[in-house]
Ligand binder design. Structure first.
Ligand code: G3P
Ligand code: CA
Length: 225
């Protein structure tokens, strides 16, 4: 069962920062999950919200700032917002990277970066899984490069996610864990897809979801899995 650190090890360090991803590696996580948006000048930025308001000392839409402007804002007074390339370089193939496409327009650029790391730095497709709630962006990813593993995120409808996953030949379903039970986990796996639910943090919920025999768990505290 894969232990995947949500937004880095978010329980221990500020989310989606290099220090949070390093903490995930230190905790021996099998993977990290992160969220991406586009900057105004076309860089892939690792941040959850479409604005910088909640997590930095600045205000405004991520896509209204250039990369150099975004680098001037601080998280918890000392950390900078990372780019996707900086996270890849930190991880250096040590664990799986789950890239959640949040911002519109991110699919094409993320595919390009993944392809660069595979062709120039000897990474493998299995080092990545691209997920998203916006299934149009997942379809775009698959159309651009069908070898990139895809995870279909859903918070409401396993059956629809399964049908879409079959359609685009995805690798995994990423459901809100509240949707799961023994039967539907088995049903998803029998169709050949991994089940990677989120975001499971309490000991009680972790035990319950583990009993369904899922393929991995996305958690703020992956060490508790
Ligand atoms: O990828 C699973 C989970 O991260 C989705 O929710 O809001 O934390 O991005 P959120
Ligand atoms: Ca996410």
């Amino acid at each position: 069962m894969l232990k995947i650190a949500h937004r880095g090890a978010k329980a221990y360090e500020p989310e989606n920062t290099l220090i949070a991803f390093q903490k995930a590696l230190d905790l021996n996580a099998d993977g990290i999950e992160l969220d991406v948006h586009l900057s105004a000048d076309g860089h892939i930025i690792v941040i959850h919200d479409e604005t910088i308001d909640r997590t930095t000392d600045g205000n405004g839409l991520v896509n209204s700032f250039s990369l150099s402007e975004l680098k001037s804002f601080l998280i918890d007074g000392k950390y900078k917002i990372p780019t996707l390339n900086e996270v890849f370089d930190l991880v250096d193939k040590k664990c799986l990277i789950n890239i959640e496409l949040k911002g519109l327009g991110t699919a094409r650029k993320v595919v390009k970066i993944i392809e660069e790391y595979i062709s120039e730095k000897n990474w493998n497709y299995e080092d990545f899984i691209v997920s998203g709630f916006d299934w149009n962006m997942l379809e775009e990813t698959s159309n651009l490069n069908s070898k990139i593993p895809i995870g279909v995120l859903t918070e409401e409808n396993i059956a629809a996610a399964l049908a879409f996953a079959e359609n685009i030949k995805a690798k995994a379903i990423h459901p809100d864990f509240h949707l799961l039970n023994n039967e539907n986990v088995l049903q998803i796996q029998e169709k050949g897809f991994m089940v990677l639910p989120w975001t499971i943090n309490s000991e009680e919920d972790i035990q319950k979801v583990k009993s369904y025999k899922v393929d991995g768990i996305i958690s703020d505290n992956p060490d508790k899995i």
